[in-house]
Design a protein around this ligand. Structure first.
Ligand code: B1M
Length: 216
């Protein structure tokens, strides 16, 4: 198989044996680490999601694919481009209550960190009071919430309402991302609910652009 296809298959099959050799080969061919993530690895995860959604793949195998994905990203991370300037701003990042999906959130962390932001990554299943406590404690410039389940889109709405109620001195700008969201739901429906600014990030790079906009 061609290298890109081989990498894609490693994610789908959850096969870590030989993964690092393949990734090294791809890097050796001059491919930027982020392109490998975006073009090959994420494409494999997309297929995993489709197979699982059709009932053609069982959950333990999805978990195995996720583990291989994480190993691959960790291997590639030191090869990603980084800016020299840091301290561009602080964001508190979390996967919302009830949701364990964190691969996308952690990619957002990597991209923002590599581009000069201080990221306070709280992890998964985070209730809004934890997120707000951390945002206040770290004097965050923004809050980022991730969630992949349909029910997480409802949690995000409740979280925005909770930020309104808690009446924090700063109305944190909020970035939302995750596969179950749509731009219209965030920027029309949720924007009506929230007293501050709430924006949708389709991917980690849009997250970076939005964070740059918040800081300007
Ligand atoms: Co889950 N899962 N899963 N799963 N899983 C989905 C989300 C699902 C769509 C699969 C399907 O049915 N086709 C489905 C949700 C359906 C729904 O809600 N209607 C689903 C389900 C049902 C479940 C369980 C309920 C299954 C079960 O137990 N019966 C369970 C839920 C547990 C829970 O959360 N309470 C579950 C569990 C799991 C695993 C643990 C096995 C594993 C997660 C491992 C982990 O993350 N550590 C897993 C996986 C891997 C998936 C799929 C296959 C892949 C997700 C992924 O990592 N994608 C997923 C299918 C899918 O998404 N279509 C699926 C790659 C990742 C890079 O993409 O996170 O979307 P993503 O991030 C993107 C953008 O969304 C964006 O940037 C990233 C790319 O640059 N982004 C942000 C994300 N967050 C952002 C935040 C930002 C900005 C951008 O700023 C704040």
């Amino acid at each position: 198989l061609p290298l890109g296809e081989r990498l894609r298959r490693r994610i789908i099959d959850g096969e870590a044996n030989g993964l690092e050799a393949d990734l090294s080969e791809a890097l050796g061919n001059g491919r930027p680490a982020l392109d490998i993530v975006n073009d090959d690895l994420l494409d494999g995860m997309k297929t995993v999601g489709e197979l699982f959604g059709r009932g053609e793949m069982q959950l333990p195998f999805v978990l195995q694919s996720a583990e291989v994905m994480k190993t691959a990203v960790a291997f590639l991370e030191p090869h990603m481009e980084k800016t020299d300037d840091d301290g561009k701003g602080t964001i508190v990042l979390a996967t919302v209550k009830g949701d364990v999906h964190d691969i996308g959130k952690n990619l957002v962390d990597i991209i923002l960190t590599n581009n000069g932001y201080n990221v306070v990554n709280l992890g998964i299943k985070q209730p809004i009071n934890h997120i707000l406590d951390a945002a206040e404690q770290h004097r965050a410039d923004a809050i980022g919430m991730s969630g992949l389940l349909v029910k997480s889109t409802v949690i995000m709405k409740e979280n925005l309402e909770e930020i309104n109620v808690r009446g924090t001195a700063t109305r944190f700008p909020v970035l939302l991302g995750g596969a179950a969201l749509t731009r219209a739901y965030v920027e029309e429906d949720l924007a009506r609910v929230y007293d501050g600014e709430v924006r949708y990030a389709r991917d980690a790079f849009e997250g970076l652009r939005l964070m740059d906009a918040v800081m300007n």
